[in-house]
Design a protein. Sequence first.
Lengths: 110, 110
Amino acid sequence: MTIDKSLLAGSTALLVLKLLESGDKYGYQMVEELRRRSDQTFELKSGTLYPLLHSLEQKGYIEAWEEDVGTARPRRYYHLTDSGRRQLAEKEDEWRTYAGAMFRVLEGGA
Amino acid sequence: MTIDKSLLAGSTALLVLKLLESGDKYGYQMVEELRRRSDQTFELKSGTLYPLLHSLEQKGYIEAWEEDVGTARPRRYYHLTDSGRRQLAEKEDEWRTYAGAMFRVLEGGA
DNA sequence: ATATAATATATCGACCATCTACTTATGTCA
DNA sequence: TGACATAAGTAGATGGTCGATATATTATAT
């Protein structure tokens, strides 16, 4: 099933921060890992990811370092900062609150 | 906790259709019921709801009828059509797929 | 030999959905 | 009198995603 793009809005930053929790990664790698970990549900587009990475870097949640990989275009690895780790915890909490409320409404909650 | 507005994007249409599943309702009533059923998590703004209702009506998912309630502005009740009911089932499936994928990523899924 | 796909990062304009702020109008309570 | 709840609505701003496009190298297939 293909999910509507607007459903993803607001979750992408959380997903990216979550991916970086388990170690430094570069953009292309995040797209692949996210697709794998979500069973093909999330197909992050490069036009979404790269601007997002830049904005997360500007906010100080992630830091970039480059790997000189010979002649090819160097990989830009991203590292989760302490501030980013706090932001991740907050966003994760927020998402669980949102999902909980959605379930309550969908289950015909009080 | 206040959730980010962009998290709600893509869920509002589903929520509105869901509310109408249990009976015809008017706009203001939906805002209230949604707030109640979500334990104050969802605060649908009128600037979001009314245009959304109009677009759902145009797509044939809901139908409006007016209640003449004396001198005050008449209430516009909305009714879920058969087409809307099918759309609701689809959107609900889609959301569960999305939420499932989110959980898998958040639980550090393989 | 040549074309295509995969790897890898990036920008730009279009699009869509929500929000804030504002408008109109009545009834109620202090 | 003034504020708040009820009730529906519009306009403009904002923010996030996408499609298209660009660039460059390597691997695979024809």
